[in-house]
Design a binder for this molecule. Structure first.
Ligand code: FAD
Length: 459
């Protein structure tokens, strides 16, 4: 196959993982090209973490206004302008996208706008027909919303891709799904003034998270006015004059302005050409890779959500960086996916690192649990019913802290620091030996002395 240009590395997808891999590889002196068929920055910057957090901040003013009265403020009548928020968000993501593009340029990476496909183990073709020969190819195409199952009228619903830019504010919103995306948007829109229903097939929200935290968050979401409806699926959607009529599996019909489908994402490997060149894909469509992100074809690597390992921005970035180190930095670097701290940006937030109580009890012989639930000072003064919950999961045989879970204000910020302690192998004794910062909610993490429960696995 003849090529228009030869490069050392061709990166497909200028999102979190792809941009990092391209920049670092170029920094090592590699000749790098990157293709992006939408906007530079990828899901995180354009329609994920960043715009989401902007909307989270916007939504929380509702609580601040309400709680201020307990502290002596008289509250003026507040009103909210959706169009203003959308425009503010757009300005910010455009600014960030431009910074990403400028950093690529500064590093000497050639950015090509357009869709790329893999045409051989060492060949990539752009939608405009331009062909590249590449020593290595990095697939960093991320994931896309997956709507399952297909029911009549599904095209009337939106995904997280569209919700940020709705022309009209949805006064009535149905979010379908029980994962973090559905719950975060439910939490945002209920505070901005929507009537929000969340319908999901299972019995509980946030599969895989600690059980007590899931129960605590369920109560908080309900208290904020969200109608959580477990055990339900959508059977069909029709447009009528008064809104979208959604038929649910309990034979009820819900009338809403928007239906957000947040039932999952699939790796973006469709029609990418990977199967034709022998790249092995898993059943879910993700690229199968080894610890160095190498696929079954030695010249083709994959990083980030397209590998469906841990689908988070910092993970994609770390995998991209490690790939560049491995290929061009003379530093073979595997990525460790153990004890990754993360947050669910509902209100209140859920911050977590390490094993849930359930995971610990199914894998360790002795598990000690320390937990607390209290109304933080801001709640007691403002009259808010919001509680903070904390749980420390300890390996009873070694005293090592294997998991920490926090539900409450700034839990995401706490999780970042707890991640260091857990990663370093801190013991419960280390937590106890740490002096508290007072008065904070986080101080409970180092002052919990009474063991709530000990579980010993039967031999
Ligand atoms: P992406 O960032 O998705 O980038 C892939 C890029 O490839 C895209 O720009 C796409 O347009 C491009 N592309 C795809 N196919 C082609 C092709 N054939 N040719 C050229 N270009 C192509 N993570 C967090 O850590 N914290 C959060 O708070 C958080 N919030 C989220 C909220 C939402 C609503 C969503 C959807 C995701 C969120 N995530 C969050 C997850 C995070 O966005 C992803 O884990 C991260 O973006 C993955 O990076 P990536 O590089 O693998 O892929």
């Amino acid at each position: 196959m003849t090529a228009d240009e030869e490069v050392d590395l061709f990166v497909i997808g200028a999102g979190s993982g792809g941009v990092r891999a391209a920049r670092i590889a170029a920094g090592y002196g590699a000749k790098v090209a990157i293709a992006e068929d939408f906007r530079v920055g990828g899901t995180c910057v354009i329609r994920g973490c960043v715009p989401k957090k902007i909307y989270v901040y916007a939504s929380r003013f509702a609580d601040e206004f309400e709680q201020s009265e307990g502290f002596g403020w008289s509250r003026p009548q507040a009103s909210f302008d959706w169009g203003h928020l959308v425009a503010t968000k757009e300005r910010e993501i455009t600014r960030l996208s431009a910074i990403y593009a400028a950093n690529l340029e500064k590093a000497g990476v050639a950015l090509h706008q357009g869709r790329a496909t893999v045409t051989g183990p060492n060949h990539v073709m752009l939608a405009n027909g331009r062909c590249f020969a590449a020593k290595y190819i990095a697939v960093a195409t991320g994931g896309v919303p997956e709507h399952r199952p297909h029911v009549p009228g599904l095209d009337l619903a939106i995904s997280s891709n569209e919700i940020f830019d709705l022309p009209d504010f949805p006064k009535r919103l149905l979010a379908v799904g029980a994962g973090y995306v559905a719950l975060e948007f439910a939490s945002i829109f209920v505070r901005l003034g929507s009537r929000v229903t969340v319908a999901f097939r299972g019995e509980t929200i946030l599969r895989g998270f600690d059980g007590d935290m899931r129960a605590g968050l369920t109560a908080e979401l309900q208290a904020s006015g969200i109608d959580l409806r477990p055990g339900l699926s959508v059977l069909g959607i029709e447009r009528h004059a008064d809104g979208l009529h959604v038929r649910l599996s309990d034979a009820s019909t819900l009338v809403v302005d928007q239906v957000l489908l947040a039932t999952g994402r699939r790796p973006a490997t469709r029609d990418l050409g990977l199967e034709h060149v022998g790249v092995e894909l898993a059943e879910d469509g993700s690229v199968k890779v080894d610890g160095f992100s190498r696929s079954s074809v030695p010249s083709i690597y994959a990083i980030g959500d397209v590998t469906n390992r841990v689908n988070l921005t910092p993970v994609a970035i770390r995998e991209g960086h490690a790939l560049a180190d491995t290929l061009f930095g003379d530093k073979p670097t595997p990525v460790e996916h153990h004890a990754i701290a993360t947050a669910v940006f509902t209100t209140p937030e859920l911050g977590t690192v390490g094993l849930s109580e359930e995971e610990a009890r199914s894998t360790l012989d002795v598990v000690d649990i320390y937990k607390t639930s209290f109304r933080p000072m801001k709640s007691t003064i403002s009259g808010s019913s919001t509680r903070t919950m904390m749980k420390i999961v300890v390996d009873g045989a070694t005293d090592r802290v294997v998991g920490v879970h926090v539900l409450g204000t700034d839990a995401g910020e706490m999780a970042q620091l707890l991640g260091i302690a857990v990663k370093m192998g801190a013991t419960k004794r280390d937590f106890d030996a740490t002096m508290a910062v007072h008065p904070t909610a986080a101080e409970e993490l180092v002052t919990m002395r009474t063991r709530t429960a000990r579980y010993v696995r039967e031999a």
